[in-house]
Design a protein around this ligand. Sequence first.
Ligand code: ADP
Ligand code: MG
Length: 574
Amino acid sequence: MTYLFNNPTKFADELIEGYVAAHRNQIQPVDGGVIRKHKAQPGQVVLVIGGGSGHYPAFGGFVGPGLAHGAAMGNVFAAPSAQQICNVAQAVNAGGGILFCYGNYVGDVLNFDQAQARLCAMGIDVRTVVVTDDIASAPLTEKHKRRGIAGTLPVFKAAAVAADAGKSLDEVFRIATEANEHVRTLGVAFSGCTLPGSNKPLFKVSSGKMEVGMGIHGEPGLYRIDSPTADGLAEMLVDKLLTEIPSTIVNGDGARIGVILNGLGSVKYEELFVVYRRVDRLLLERGLTIIDPIVDELITSFDMAGISLTLFWMNDELEKTWIAAADTPAFHKGNIVRSNIDTPAASRIKDKHPLEIGSMDSQSAAAIVFVALKAACKVINEKSEELGRLDAIAGDGDHGLGMQRGITAAVVAAKEALDAKAGAGTLLTVAGDAWSDRAGGTSGALWGVILRSLGNALGDEATPQASTVAVGIASALRDVTNLGNAQLGDKTLVDVLFPFSSALATAASQGLSIADSWAVATDIANEAAQSTKKLLPKIGRARPHAEQSLGTPDPGAISMALIITAIGKTISFL
Ligand code: ADP
Ligand code: MG
């Protein structure tokens, strides 16, 4: 249970405000996250991390000397938007390049990749290392698909120490990549977490049972067993992790390892120590040398009762980074020499889209688009809870909230554009920017792209025709698949967008009006959304829990069909 909150939709903003107020001497806020109080050395590489809120101390708590230079902090369990990430990155950029490092979740990948592309276009060198330590989320042969959990810390440390030592971006990237190759984590849970404002947990684990391989966003575990004793749990975690000694470690049984026993929220330190006692013995019995173990809460999931064990297999170079000093609000180690140069107060840096006045024709079209967006907003508000419920079955339960945040911001931005006499193209572009900026997450990034692609096709001059709309939706589909790599049948919103786009194109080529072609394609979209029930998710947060989602439609597909249907009703006269 989360007991204390005001307006649940403002929870993340308010927690960040309070966090900053409590640590003013170490960090400072930027729009989108926090950065170190003290400047990086000119010309050095900087480390930018990030992720959703709700995992404290990950990720904002890890900003400071010896760890990250900045952290983008998204909404509760939602990836930060590309704009937030850009703001943080630009605020800490010292001219030597930027390393992005974060846990492997589709929403984070989409948004960090977009931010990387924007920064590269500005001439800033950015590389990315995605942490994939969770052995439960995919087999070793598909390590790149694994999620990132508590093993993010050793990778952040490796990158940060290399960056602060003045190494080149190539070197920092190499060391962080190597750290990721050498880290393995397995987690278990005894109860799900309850998000602020919700009165029930994202899912339940029956008493006396334990979920193995549970994700940190309440994604259910891979299987459920009777709860073991503390020693029994230590044995299970150690056994499973030791089946995966990295191939580069030659003396597997005599290796030097870093160990993290992480509490996920409501397991007490005392319980952690009881488990650690057995973990320690088992590892020593194996002949392993444990270096600077950590028994702490490093990456949490609100009040989820769970723990994870991380083993970090080290060579000499990685060991130096593991034992190096650090001093952040949530992580202290050794004595760090602080630079005293304050980072200048960072202001919001934003790609401003000049709001050009559209032609009279396009202004009329913009007014229709605005009404359509408002209708989309209404239906998402009505169905938000249902969308959250669908997403909780195999995902993290935030789809309704994320969509609400995004479409609400899109409508506000669209209204401003309308008042500024923008054309339909510009209105959709600013609405798309606002959507992805405010919503974050996977669907936020994708819907931002959809609105922008459609906006580009509509432009600010001509009255849109059925063929223009079809071309816009086709380019939205192309851009969504380029960004998210989902194929037809992967159980995502692409399973609706694809047939919707084909149906629109066919109808438009037959000479149907916008309203008629939209109506034909709406039926197809609704059928397609329902048909996702039969599919197994092959991509995204739901993938590791594929079987659980069989029989339930994909939340992103359903919300898209709802929006398409609602828009259809507002354009029936076109
Ligand atoms: P998150 O997964 O970050 O919590 P949401 O819950 O808002 O994001 O959105 C989940 C939806 O996003 C899924 O139901 C699916 O339709 C869509 N989705 C996930 N990954 C992809 C992808 N790679 N390409 C297209 N759509 C995707
Ligand atoms: Mg979700």
